[in-house]
Structure formats: C-alpha cells, structure tokens
Write a protein that binds this ligand. Structure first.
Ligand code: PGA
Length: 242
C-alpha cells in the first residue's frame, strides 16, 4: 500500500487536480492500495471525488477522537469518518503524540473505537534521534506496540516512522529499516492472538529516489509518504515504480 499523508496542506483545487491525475495515471494493482489522507475538513469533499473517479484511490483520515459521543469542541469520531467514506485512519503519528500529548491509553481507545467502525487504523511507531543514539529504539518500539490490544492487533497496519527521518530528507537506510521491521514483525507475532498477516509500512522522507529500494524489500509492506505525496506527478511515479 502507498499512503499519501498530506498533513496540514492542500486545498479543494489541489485535491481535485490530484485525484484526477492520480486516478488516471496510476498503474493500479489491487495488491497495492493507494490511500489519500487529506486534512479533516476536506474528507467529505475528497470522498465524493473518489466515488466519481475510477475508485482506485481510498480515503483515510489523519485524525480521530476516541469517544463516540462527548462534549468535545472540535472532536471527530470514527462514526463520522466512516460516514464521510473513510476506510483508514492514521493513529499515533509522532507529530500528534508530541503536540497533542497523546497517552498510550488515549491511543488504545482510539484504536478500539476506529476498529469498531470498521476503519483500518494505521498505527505509527518510531524512535526519536535522542532515543536512537541512546540505544533505546527497541524498548521504545516495544512500549508503543504494547498499546495495541492483542485481540485487535491483526486489524491494524503498523507504520514504522523514525521521528528523525520525518520531513528531514534523511530516510533510514534499507538495512536499518529491515532490521527494525523484522523486530516489529517478531514482536507482533508474539503478541497477536491471531495468525493473520499484519502489514508494516515505512515512512520518513520517502521520495522518488529511495522509494523503489525501500518498497522492494520483503520486510516492507508499504510506504507512508508526507512531503513527496503532495505533487500528483511525483506521487504517481512513486506508486508506479515502487
Ligand atoms: P515525510 O513525512 O515523508 O514528509 O517525511 C512522513 C510522515 O510524517 O508520515
């Protein structure tokens, strides 16, 4: 799967151009889902455009609150996301963990509520530079993965995104990605009470130059792309060559 995470970027005009271009030009392969996560305010608009296009792009949200009903100004619940046509939701992105101070309990509640609404959570994990340098990567990842309820684990997609690689232009090299993905997959195997396959995707400065090498590893099940996903032509090329 190739996931475009637009973060706080875009406009109706850009979304329309992107969907027109990408849905016409990707060499679509059922086994390689193409997912667009626009800002929340454009979800409904994007969902409508997707339905009117070739339907080869799926809709994901960058945000979801855990409660289904609460007096929470600005809140968005998983039922609303499902109503807007979302199939995926990003949970636990490091930018939100840091800025919104999301605790493991909050993340676990978000996961449960999104799975109940049949959304596929893309659960992000990753170490900071400081943690990497202190040789704490595996401990940090293990703690983050422990947030996942073991009976729901097989419903999640895991995104390994080293914090130091996000938006910096410095992606992790392939041997490091493979080592960490192997660790994550092993940990999930021990923790899950199902034998269902759990996808682990990589994110962090993926671009046109490095995407093929990363995606072609048998340890990598997809790419989560921020900056390089905004341009429709670049994203289409990444999808097609990966
Ligand atoms: P980036 O962002 O591709 O711009 O590094 C990835 C992400 O944060 O999902």
């Amino acid at each position: 799967m190739i996931i475009a995470n637009w973060k706080m970027n875009g406009s109706k005009e850009l979304i329309k151009e992107w969907i027109d271009f990408v849905s016409h030009n990707i060499e679509f392969n059922q086994a390689k889902e193409c997912i667009l996560c626009p800002p929340t305010c454009y979800l409904d608009y994007t969902g409508t455009l997707i339905k009117q296009s070739y339907n080869n792009v799926k809709l994901g949200s960058q945000h979801c609150d855990s409660a289904l009903s609460a007096p929470l100004t600005g809140g968005i619940n998983s039922q609303m996301l499902e109503d807007a046509g979302c199939e995926f939701v990003i949970i636990g992105h490091s930018e939100q963990r840091i800025h919104l101070k999301e605790s493991n309990q909050i993340l676990s509640d978000k996961l449960k509520s999104s799975i109940e609404m049949n959304l596929n959570p893309i659960f992000c994990v990753g170490e900071s530079l400081q943690q990497k340098e202190a040789n704490q990567t595996n401990d940090i990842l293990a703690q983050q993965l422990d947030t996942l309820p073991s009976n729901l684990l097989h419903e999640c997609i895991i995104a390994y995104e080293p914090v130091w690689a996000i938006g910096t232009g410095k992606n992790a090299d392939i041997s490091y990605i493979e080592e960490i993905h192997t660790f994550i997959k092993e940990k999930l195997k021990n923790k899950s009470d199902s034998t269902n396959y759990i996808s682990v995707v990589y994110g962090g400065s993926v671009n046109l130059v490095n995407c093929k090498e990363i995606y072609s590893s048998d340890k990598v099940d997809g790419l989560l792309i921020g900056g390089a996903s905004l341009d429709s032509d670049t994203f289409t090329k990444i999808y097609n060559i990966s």
